[in-house]
Design a protein around this ligand. Sequence first.
Ligand SMILES: CC(C)(COP(=O)(O)OP(=O)(O)OC[C@H]1O[C@@H](n2cnc3c(N)ncnc32)[C@H](O)[C@@H]1OP(=O)(O)O)[C@@H](O)C(=O)NCCC(=O)NCCS
Length: 158
Amino acid sequence: MGKAVVRTSLRPDRILVARVNGSVVGVCGYTADGVSAVDLSWTSLRSHLSRRGATRAIAMLAILARSSSHEALVLDGICVAGNHRGLGIGTSLLDAAGSRAREFGFRAMRLTVVDTNPRAEALYRRLGFVAVGGGSLGVLSVVYGFDRYTTMERTFER
Ligand SMILES: CC(C)(COP(=O)(O)OP(=O)(O)OC[C@H]1O[C@@H](n2cnc3c(N)ncnc32)[C@H](O)[C@@H]1OP(=O)(O)O)[C@@H](O)C(=O)NCCC(=O)NCCS
């Protein structure tokens, strides 16, 4: 059921895709102008879930929601297929996201990385992202499997 919800909620105009020989090996979703890569709005969730199920989903997702911004393109998530990692595909996706951010006229792009992912954070730092904030999930860390998260931004020269 969860996959069906996500599948029908995907917004192709908010997802960058990396392909090798025609097969998708990496994706990077982003939020711009208030539109996210996955439309998990009440209306969208209710088309698959009961009222109770949609309410529960909204409550759980609200904790992880990234606020959209007028100043920055917000990355919703980046992932490269396991057997294609370490080949520069993630870097290319982030470069493409930077180009997209400039096309939208943003001064920066922003992402969030969790404390259990130091290698991803190291990649972001290498590509010019710096920490601008962060926080903790507190008791909910048991549910999500991580506690602290860091918000990072890469700004562009005008
Ligand atoms: C993070 C990720 C998108 C990077 O994509 P990539 O194509 O492997 O990245 P690149 O080849 O351009 O750069 C390699 C760097 O990515 C980082 N990296 C993070 N996780 C990695 C992994 N599992 N394998 C290889 N590199 C990884 C490292 O900094 C690595 O450099 P290093 O080998 O010197 O440590 C990818 O590893 C991935 O999908 N990981 C799982 C999902 C994830 O963690 N997403 C980020 C959420 S914030």
